[in-house]
Design a protein around this ligand. Structure first.
Ligand SMILES: C[S@@+](CC[C@H](N)C(=O)[O-])C[C@H]1O[C@@H](n2cnc3c(N)ncnc32)[C@H](O)[C@@H]1O
Length: 292
């Protein structure tokens, strides 16, 4: 099967240009509130899918260990520069469509602002499901195609795609918005049971962000996030689910993304698969499981 295309952030200054200098203090603050509300108070090993430069990693305080996974090595380098080398963090460059872990090694996962870039989103969710143990918590953020602005634009004839249609919309190459029902359906089909939905970023409007103090927008968004349990009309939605079926948590080990051989021990050194002889480099604290 052809490899799914990847929205590659290699070499991108996304953290600096989009978050730190891009006027996104409001979005960052309300996402932090949503995560605080949805994260379990404790856990063993969390997989952060599409971790980027680690903007959210320090927010996962209840977990003893966090594996940051991103396709871009330079994003992980930025994350490592921010978070440092600690036995609590493991940095892994890999493709979410070919996760390099043995089944059921994590008891938590997050995917924030990442499914947004996935053309084959359900296939990625299947991969995440595979590496989670039974009863794991999965927090997924997705860009919502059925948001209020999209509905108004569609009704006013200013937007060609229909926000009510179930299929995802690719509004810019490799940038997708999803229908909430489609996301719920995929989660359900992959044995996730939804236990919370938050509507986030109600006031993502340049004029409001410029003229209303951040504290007020934060407080209002925080008060409104709960409406996500009833309707989802915001550009961003957070869904918390629990994996209802699966194995109990296994000891951590890698799995060869080329041939599926496992276990491969995490030795903080290059790893060569004894079955297919592919070597996966370990350099400057980052495992590299990307397939050439
Ligand atoms: C918009 S950034 C979000 C980063 C971080 N989660 C945040 O919210 O700040 C999306 C990230 O997903 C990563 N990504 C995109 N496609 C991927 C794939 N197929 N496998 C792994 N990571 C991927 C990109 O490299 C990028 O770092």
């Amino acid at each position: 099967m052809a490899k799914a295309p990847i929205c590659d952030y290699e070499g991108s200054e996304y953290q600096k240009t989009f978050w730190e200098e891009g006027g996104r203090a409001y979005e960052d603050a309300v996402e932090a509130i949503a995560l605080r509300r949805l994260l379990p108070s404790h856990g063993n090993h969390l997989l952060e899918v599409g971790a980027g430069a680690g903007r959210n990693t320090a927010r996962y305080t209840g977990y003893q260990q966090i594996t940051l996974l991103d396709y871009s090595r330079t994003q992980l380098e930025q994350a490592r520069a921010r978070l440092g080398d600690s036995p609590c963090y493991r940095y892994v460059a890999a493709d979410v469509y070919k996760l390099p872990f043995v089944p059921a090694v994590f008891d938590g996962a997050t995917m924030i602002r990442t499914i947004h870039h996935l053309k084959e989103a359900e296939s990625a969710l299947q991969q995440v499901r595979q590496v989670l143990a039974k009863d794991s918590t999965f927090i997924l953020e997705f860009a919502n195609k059925r948001n209020l602005k999209a509905i108004f634009r569609y009704l006013a004839g200013k937007q060609s795609w229909n926000p009510y249609k179930l299929e995802q919309v690719e509004f810019v190459e490799l940038n997708f918005n999803f229908h909430p029902r489609q996301i719920r359906q995929w989660l359900h089909e992959n044995d996730f049971r939804i236990n919370g939905q938050l509507s986030v970023s109600h006031f993502r409007v340049g004029f409001l962000k410029r003229h209303v103090p951040l504290g007020i927008l934060k407080a209002l968004d925080s008060a409104l996030q709960w409406t996500g349990g009833v309707w989802q009309l915001t550009p961003s939605v957070f869904v918390k689910s629990t994996l209802a079926e699966g194995m109990p948590r296994q000891d951590f080990a890698f799995q060869c993304p080329q041939c599926g051989f496992h276990p491969l021990e995490a030795l903080e050194a290059d790893i060569t698969c004894p079955q297919c002889s592919t070597t996966f480099p370990y350099e400057d604290g980052i495992y590299d499981f990307r397939l050439k």
